[in-house]
Ligand binder design. Structure first.
Ligand code: R5P
Length: 322
């Protein structure tokens, strides 16, 4: 994907503190500089923000994944939106490459919240005119907003990387029923069969995989997912696949590398040949492992920003989901 620099002074890109590296990559792709902004703290830890130049009438894109520490990055985003709204910005797009709080998208028991909806309301009330995001945990979260939501997918970027692998005898594995559509998209692009693991969550870090649908014996599984958080889902899927006689050559592809808890130990398992993720969440060098590879979604997001700014269609960046 090549992008001509956007020589338009109305376009403004600015970054919160969650992932300045990704913001710089996106700005670099667009051929613009990041708008300077100061984010500081009052002694009691309250966040203060000041955009350091006029944004009156501009088309502003705020880059801020709501990744850990989720409550901090999300609150900071709301405060940035408020500052922009009060500065007479023309249009504000919240670019949220990783949309946190998305997994609570329905009630699974009485007296529980639906945080994915609550976050949508807060972003809209906070001043966002539109949202640009990548691989929401569930696509229907788009419907929680009454403002436009452009959901990009990293399946194309990750598939390009996976084409370099030896794909003989491979099978794409959906680690739970929620990932079947995504698995089909990978399978279609890579011309591979699909298997599905039936997953039951038995704790925040532990899942139980009851059975596998599809042929995996003697195959090299590629487990795909929207995110790796604690690694519990990958670990549970690996157990189930091994019990069904797959080869101990497992590869993993996921959009969001949230990587908390025991994820690094899980992904260091000798049976895992490679894990490919994107840079929607900042990479913590302390959690680096040899098997982990990162590919960038900056060119994809920059393309989308360029098109939104020019009022061009972004639907062909949505992958097979449109
Ligand atoms: C769950 O439905 C998601 O798609 C992921 O499978 C899950 O969030 C990954 O989390 P963990 O790595 O903690 O199992």
């Amino acid at each position: 994907m090549s992008l001509r620099p956007v020589a338009d002074h109305r376009l403004v890109i600015l970054s919160g503190t969650a992932h300045p590296q990704l913001a710089s990559r996106i700005a670099g792709e667009l051929g613009v500089s990041l708008m300077p902004m100061t984010v500081s703290r009052f002694p009691d830890s309250e966040i203060h923000v000041r955009v350091e130049a006029s944004v009156r009438g501009k088309d502003v894109y705020v880059i801020q994944p709501t990744c850990p520490p989720v409550n901090e990055t999300f609150t900071e985003l709301l405060i940035i939106l408020d500052a922009l709204r009060r500065a007479s910005t023309g249009r504000i797009t919240a670019v949220i490459p990783y949309y946190g709080y998305a997994r609570q998208d329905k009630k699974t028991a009485g007296r529980e919240p639906i945080t994915a909806r609550m976050v949508a309301d807060m972003l809209t009330k906070g001043g966002a005119d539109r949202i640009l995001t990548v691989d929401l945990h569930s696509p229907q979260i788009q419907g929680f907003f009454d403002i436009p939501v452009d959901q990009l997918t990293a399946v194309g970027v990750l598939s390009e990387h996976m084409r370099k692998w030896d794909l003989r005898d491979s099978v794409i594995v959906a680690p739970d029923a929620g990932r079947v559509n995504m698995a089909s998209e990978y399978a279609g692009r890579l011309n591979l069969p699909v298997a599905i693991v039936q997953k039951r969550r038995i704790g925040a870090e532990k899942t139980q995989a009851a059975y596998v649908v599809g042929e995996v014996e003697g195959k090299r599984p590629i487990i795909i997912d929207d995110m790796i958080t604690t690694g519990g889902t990958v670990a549970g899927s690996m157990d189930a696949l091994m019990k069904r006689g797959c080869r101990p050559e497992i590869r993993v592809a996921a959009t969001h590398a949230v990587l908390v808890g025991k994820s690094v130990e899980t992904l260091s398992d000798a049976a895992i040949a490679e894990v490919v993720v994107t840079d929607t969440v900042p990479f913590d060098p302390a959690r680096s492992i040899p098997a982990l590879k990162e590919v960038s979604v900056a060119p994809l997001i920059a393309q989308a920003i360029g098109r939104i700014h020019a009022d061009d269609s972004v639907s062909d960046l949505f992958g097979d989901r449109s």
